[in-house]
Structures are given as structure tokens and as C-alpha cells.
Unconditional design. Structure first.
Length: 632
């Protein structure tokens, strides 16, 4: 899980902090554009990215993006020269110019592990100091996280005690309205509805037993429509489980209490959470946009600043300015929301994988030793570097090649599939759609008196009851006209879009689909035949066999490179193949001319280990050039 926190590894911890910080910055810069184009719900979902990175374990690969940036050292590679193989081998040597006979050296190929790397004594005190510093920093982080969690838990506990003491059950009329709104937003059971003097605005609190807490003057100051809108907002919070999401956000901040970006993320997360809740309220039809916006404005006008525990409640009046701006955005269509979900999921996956911590197992580290192997006739290249003063001759043909007839059939099937693919009927691109209508200017909101200063001083406005009612009626009429104008332009635009799309679909309809379906059927038949041929020639059995052979060749090549050979010496190295047959290589000390020496030729031709075909292949190397490449 949060492995970077649980292990005193500074590199992993640094990777996690940097990755989460980068993802927070990414979300902060893209959330508003995502909300505008695809809806507030997707902007809210973006916050899963830094959370997922926080709890994501390292990926099993051998490269670290932080190491590439030079921000942290790569892990040391121990036992780097250790090479192991399960293939039994035989080693023979010739005495060079002294003798033309072969003498057995050993019946197995002994591979000596590299000596362990020892640290300089002067380095140990510094390393011990580093470990001590890491331990102290880990303890500081743990104390800070625990203090943050305990403080939040205590504040929430105290707040719930106050709520339990001060709450008053809602009136029957208000309870009946809440039951009706709960059914409309999709709740199976209405949570407790209560009033109190604790808060001057509606809020919801309580993780296990949610309580919608309304101000004591709620029924007096809010009309029936505004009451429905406020209740719909708080009950939608309950349905969405937003209080639980808020607790996860607080845990996230506690884990990163030292990072200022975590607190910025929490503030933006709360705004996006409220905007997503607003969107759900409007989508379910519990309130009209005009009534809902009026309710939010009223809740702010009659409220005064107050400090509530951040993790304990979800007040209606949070981040009003940005939420009102988002309410003015046109609601995205279902198609646009689906496209946004797909795009967000794709980009989110790429972002997570790009910033993931990575680790490498010991086996993967050792596999890096032999990234490539090339045998150019008798010249040996390991990892692109030529092995000097060595000749490596593969005797025989342990790497089986497929039957040429099968390869010809595979090529023919590929050609036929290409011909069929070229017959696909591709319709022309859909004509460009007309731009969406411009949102008309919104009517201004009339000024409202400052309740605390109605003395007629400079900057204050006071209206009589008659004037207020007149202004409210005029404002409502202006908003209704604005809404009618915008809906009319949107309806006209949607009609034009539907006409263009329908005309395009009529042009490229069933005939094209039938033709392409017939082509797909023929391609499927050819593909099935092609897969059968490929499986027969290069299937799991052949792939497994080739893997064993190449692994043995790598071991023999490393053994030849590291062998302690006398000048001009020829040594036969052998391995058992996957079919139980032995194959051999000749490892010769010297340059290519040494292969023509009489002693070398005698060592090959007189060897009892080599069959006639292997001896003949040594002679054929003069007239045929052979290259074998193994890349990982």
C-alpha cells in the first residue's frame, strides 16, 4: 500500500512526494476546463489521481523516473557478475601447439560468482548518519500525521456532541417536505432532519448517522421553493457519500501535512465536490437553475462568518463564487459526458503510470547484464561491445528455423489479408457542426442592504418592502426571459445538429455496413488460418525451445569471454538442448587467423565430443557467413 511511508527509503519517499505534487498541480490547472467542457462531476473525479498515486505500490520494472531526472541515486547492483544456468555443460581444452589431442578439463561448466562488493570503511560512518537522519525524519512525519488525525477526530467528536445537545426535531411540514425531496434525489431512507442555532446555514454532518442541520429560522427566511433547493443539496450530499470522501481527503492531507500543495488541493477539492453536488441536484430536477442559484445567494446573504470543523460538515455556502460561475455553464450532453469520461480515464492512466515509482527484482537486475548478444561468424559481441582476442564458433544448428513452405504460406495469407483490408469502404468525414450559440448576458443581481448597517451611510442601500417586491418581480422576469432566449437558441442549434447527423447517417448507412461486414468475415477466416500457421511454426513450444537455446548460448558466450585460455588455446564448450541433444561451440584464444591454425583444426577434427555434422560446420564457416543476434 503506502510503501513509501512504511519503508525508510528516501528515494521512494521523494518519488511519491514529487509525483503526488505534480498530479495535484495537473488537477489544479485542468479542473476548471474539464468542468466547463464535460461537467463538474468529471472535475471532481480528477482528485482520484493524486489519491491513487499516494496508495499505489511501485511498478515491477527496472527504471526509475526520479533516477533519470538525477533527483535520487539508483539502487546499487550487487552480485552483478553472477551468472547461473541450469544447463549441464562440458568443457574441454586443447594444449595448443604442444599437442593435437583433446584432454577433458571438467565434466561441468563452473561459473564463479563475482566477489561481493565491500564498502570502504570511511563510508560507513556517513551511511550510519544518513540512516539516523532518515529515522528522525520518519518519526517527525509520523508525529505530524498522528497530530493532524487526532486533532481532526477530536474536533469532529466535539462538534457531534454539540449537535446532539442543541438539535431540535424539524416540524411535521418540514419533515414531509424533506421526505418528498429525499425520494426525488434517490434516497431510500430520509436521514434525520433537525434545526438548531449552531449554524446560520444548512449543512449535513454525521458519518454513520447523517443529520441535515438547518438554521432555526429556516422556515421563516426561506420560501417553499428555496427550502426544497436547500434540502435537495444536503440530501444529495448524503446520497453521494460526500462526507466519507471528505474524510479520505483529510487523511490525504494528514499524510502530506508538510506539503503546502495538499492544503491547496483540499480547498479546491471541496469546491469541486460542492459543484458536482450542485450538478446532481439540477440533473435530478429537484430545483430549477434559477431557484437553486437564488437559494445559494440567499444562504450567503443571511449568514455570517463562522468556523466549523472542516472534516465534520458540508455547509451549503461553501465556495459560492466559483459554484455560481459553474452554474452558468451549459449542461453537457450525455455523449459529451461519456467522451469526457473516456478522455479523463485515458489521461489519468497515463499520468499515473508516468509518475509511478518503480522497482527491480534481483533477477531483472542480473538480466540487464546481457541485453544483447551477437555472433558475427566467429566474432562475439556482448551488449554491443566486441570481445577482443576471442573467436566464438557455433558448431551445428541448435536454433531450428521454420519450414520454408510454412513461411511462404504465412506470407501469402498476410498478402491476402492486406488485399481484403484495402477493400474496406470508409465513409467521408461528418460535415462540420455549427458552433454552439453564445450564452446571452445574464441579468444583473439587484443590490441588497447590509443588514448590520442600515443607517443610510455611504455605500449602503435601503429599500422599502414595496420596492423590494417590485425589484424581485422585475429580476425574476428578466431571468425568465434570459432562460427562454437561451433555451430557444439551444433548441435551434440542436435541431441543426440533428439534421446534419441524420443526413450523414442516411448517406452512409446499411449498404456500407453490409459490404464491410462481408469483408470482415473473409478477413476473420484468413486470420484464423494465419494464426494456426503461426502457432504451428512459432507457437509456445517453439518459443520455449528457442528461449532455452538462447539462454544456453548466452551462458556459453559469457564463459568464453571470461575463460582463462592459454595463447592459441581451443576449448570446446557444450550444452544440452531442449530436445536432449548436445550442441557445442568452439572458444578460441586469438584473432580470426587463429581459426586456420593447424592446432585449432586438429582440435576440432579429432574431438570425440563433436559429431560429423558439427565438424563439417566448422569447415563451412569459410564459405558461408553466419550471423546470430539475440536482443532483449
Amino acid at each position: 500500500m503506502i510503501t513509501e511511508f512504511l519503508t525508510p527509503d528516501p528515494k521512494s519517499f521523494l518519488e511519491m512526494v514529487l509525483a503526488v505534487s505534480l498530479l495535484i498541480i495537473l488537477v489544479l490547472f485542468t479542473r476548471k476546463a474539464i468542468a466547463r467542457e464535460f461537467g463538474p462531476g468529471l472535475a471532481y473525479a480528477l482528485w482520484l489521481l493524486p489519491l491513487a498515486r499516494l496508495v499505489m505500490p511501485p511498478l515491477p520494472t527496472g527504471m526509475s523516473w526520479v533516477s533519470l531526472l538525477g533527483l535520487a541515486p539508483a539502487l546499487p547492483l550487487t552480485d552483478a557478475a553472477t551468472v547461473t544456468t541450469s544447463t549441464a555443460t562440458q568443457v574441454f581444452a586443447s594444449t595448443g601447439a604442444q599437442s593435437g589431442t583433446m584432454a577433458p578439463i571438467s565434466n561441468t561448466l563452473e561459473l564463479t560468482p563475482a566477489a561481493p562488493v565491500t564498502a570502504d570503511a570511511s563510508f560507513l560512518p556517513g551511511m550510519g548518519m544518513a540512516v539516523s537522519i532518515i529515522t528522525v525524519l520518519l518519526a517527525i512525519w509520523l508525529i505530524g500525521a498522528l497530530v493532524s488525525l487526532v486533532r481532526n477526530s477530536a474536533a469532529q467528536h466535539d462538534f457531534m456532541k454539540i449537535v446532539a445537545r442543541e438539535k431540535v426535531p424539524a416540524s411535521p411540514q418540514l419533515q414531509a417536505l424533506a421526505d418528498d425531496v429525499a425520494r426525488q434525489v434517490g434516497l431510500k431512507r430520509t436521514p434525520q432532519i433537525a434545526t438548531s442555532l449552531i449554524s446560520n446555514g444548512p449543512l449535513v454532518t454525521g458519518l454513520f448517522r447523517p443529520i441535515v442541520l438547518l438554521p432555526a429560522w429556516f422556515e421563516t427566511d426561506y420560501d417553499r421553493v428555496q427550502q426544497r433547493a436547500a434540502l435537495a443539496h444536503e440530501l444529495t450530499h448524503v446520497k453521494r457519500g460526500d462526507l466519507w470522501a471528505l474524510q479520505v481527503a483529510e487523511l490525504f492531507v494528514a499524510c502530506l501535512w508538510f506539503n503546502p500543495l495538499a492544503y491547496m488541493a483540499r480547498k479546491a477539492f471541496r469546491t469541486d465536490q460542492e459543484a458536482a453536488c450542485d450538478s446532481d441536484v439540477l440533473r435530478c430536477g429537484a430545483a430549477s437553475p434559477h431557484a437553486y442559484g437564488s437559494t445559494l445567494l440567499k444562504a450567503v446573504r443571511i449568514s455570517v462568518p463562522e468556523r466549523l470543523p472542516m472534516a465534520a460538515s458540508l455547509p451549503l455556502t461553501h465556495s459560492l463564487k466559483e459554484r455560481m460561475r459553474r452554474l452558468a455553464y451549459p449542461a453537457p450532453t450525455k455523449r459529451r459526458r461519456l467522451a469526457g469520461m473516456g478522455l479523463t480515464a485515458l489521461l489519468g492512466s497515463v499520468a499515473l503510470i508516468s509518475t509511478a515509482s518503480v522497482t527491480a527484482t534481483a533477477g531483472e537486475m542480473k538480466a540487464e547484464l546481457t541485453r544483447s548478444l551477437k555472433i558475427d561468424n566467429s566474432t562475439l559481441f556482448i551488449n554491443g561491445k566486441k570481445v577482443e582476442n576471442r573467436q566464438f564458433v557455433l558448431l551445428g544448428d541448435p536454433i531450428k528455423t521454420p519450414d520454408p513452405a510454412i513461411e511462404a504460406e504465412i506470407a501469402e495469407l498476410n498478402h491476402r489479408i492486406s488485399l481484403e483490408t484495402s477493400k474496406f469502404v470508409v465513409p467521408e468525414a461528418m460535415p462540420p457542426l455549427p458552433p454552439m450559440p453564445v450564452i446571452p448576458p445574464q441579468p444583473p443581481v439587484p443590490p441588497v442592504a447590509d443588514v448590520s448597517e442600515l443607517d443610510g451611510g455611504a455605500g449602503n442601500h435601503a429599500y422599502s418592502s414595496h420596492d423590494a417586491e417590485k425589484l424581485a418581480a422585475e429580476n425574476e422576469a428578466a431571468w425568465d426571459a434570459w432562460e427562454a432566449e437561451y433555451e430557444s437558441s439551444m433548441a435551434q442549434w440542436e435541431a441543426e445538429v440533428d439534421h446534419i447527423v441524420s443526413k450523414w447517417e442516411d448517406t452512409y448507412g446499411d449498404d456500407f455496413e453490409k459490404t464491410n461486414l462481408m469483408i470482415e468475415t473473409r478477413i476473420d477466416g484468413l486470420t484464423d488460418r494465419l494464426e494456426a500457421k503461426i502457432e504451428a511454426a512459432y507457437g509456445d513450444g517453439q518459443a520455449g525451445r528457442d528461449e532455452l537455446v538462447t539462454s544456453a548460448l548466452e551462458t556459453l558466450a559469457l564463459s568464453c569471454r571470461d575463460a582463462n585460455l592459454a595463447p592459441g588455446e581451443t576449448r570446446i564448450l557444450g550444452a544440452t538442448g531442449p530436445d536432449g541433444d548436445d550442441f557445442h561451440v568452439a572458444c578460441v584464444e586469438g584473432d580470426a587467423t587463429r581459426l586456420e591454425a593447424a592446432e585449432t583444426v586438429a582440435a576440432i577434427t579429432k574431438s570425440d565430443l563433436l559429431c560429423d555434422d558439427e565438424k563439417a560446420s566448422f569447415k563451412k564457416r569459410k564459405t558461408s557467413h553466419r550471423t546470430i543476434e539475440i536482443n532483449k
